[in-house]
Design a protein around this ligand. Structure first.
Ligand SMILES: Cc1cc2nc3c(=O)[nH]c(=O)nc-3n(C[C@H](O)[C@H](O)[C@H](O)COP(=O)(O)O)c2cc1C
Length: 140
């Protein structure tokens, strides 16, 4: 099974999560300037909420790499409770890509809010999420 990890991060929070995911699945986390080289069964895709939605770059990446993506496992952070799942799913649906139902979300630091997040606990949790997704895929 092939996997890849990509992320969009303005302030570094999503990059921290992406590096933890990459460690768990045994690959490297790269930003969206790097297209997928080959078909992947699961793309672990990290993003965050800015002014209510994920950055447009995330949707553009999905569209540009659609033929190389079997399914997307979404992980994200935001200051409030809303994850990027719905926005990413919209782009996945538009490109005929399966969105894995399970997702990871945690709060990410923003101004005076959620200082230190994602923290060690969040990183441990996102690694567990990634390992669980892999295990589920291998069972199917
Ligand atoms: C310009 C900007 C706009 C943001 N808008 C929202 C928002 O509408 N809702 C929310 O919950 N968080 C918002 N946030 C907080 C980010 O989602 C949060 O800090 C996230 O962890 C940032 O990830 P990053 O460091 O990978 O960019 C915003 C952050 C920035 C910088």
């Amino acid at each position: 099974m092939k996997t890849a990890v990509r992320f969009y991060s303005r302030g570094g929070n999503t990059k921290k999560l992406a590096d933890a995911v990459a460690q768990a699945v045994g690959t490297e986390a790269l930003d969206l300037s790097v297209p997928l080289e080959e078909y992947v069964d699961i793309l672990f895709l990290g993003s965050s909420i800015y002014a209510g939605k994920p950055d447009q770059a995330v949707k553009e990446y999905i569209a540009a790499n659609a033929e190389k993506i079997g399914s997307i496992a979404n992980f994200s952070s935001a200051a409030a409770k809303k994850s990027t799942y719905a926005g990413v799913k919209e782009a996945a649906d538009a490109n005929g890509i399966k969105m894995i139902e399970d997702q990871f979300f945690c709060n990410g630091s923003f101004l005076f809010m959620h200082k230190g997040r994602p923290n060690e606990e969040d990183l441990k949790a996102v690694k567990e999420f990634a390992s669980k997704i892999l295990a589920q895929y291998n069972e199917e």
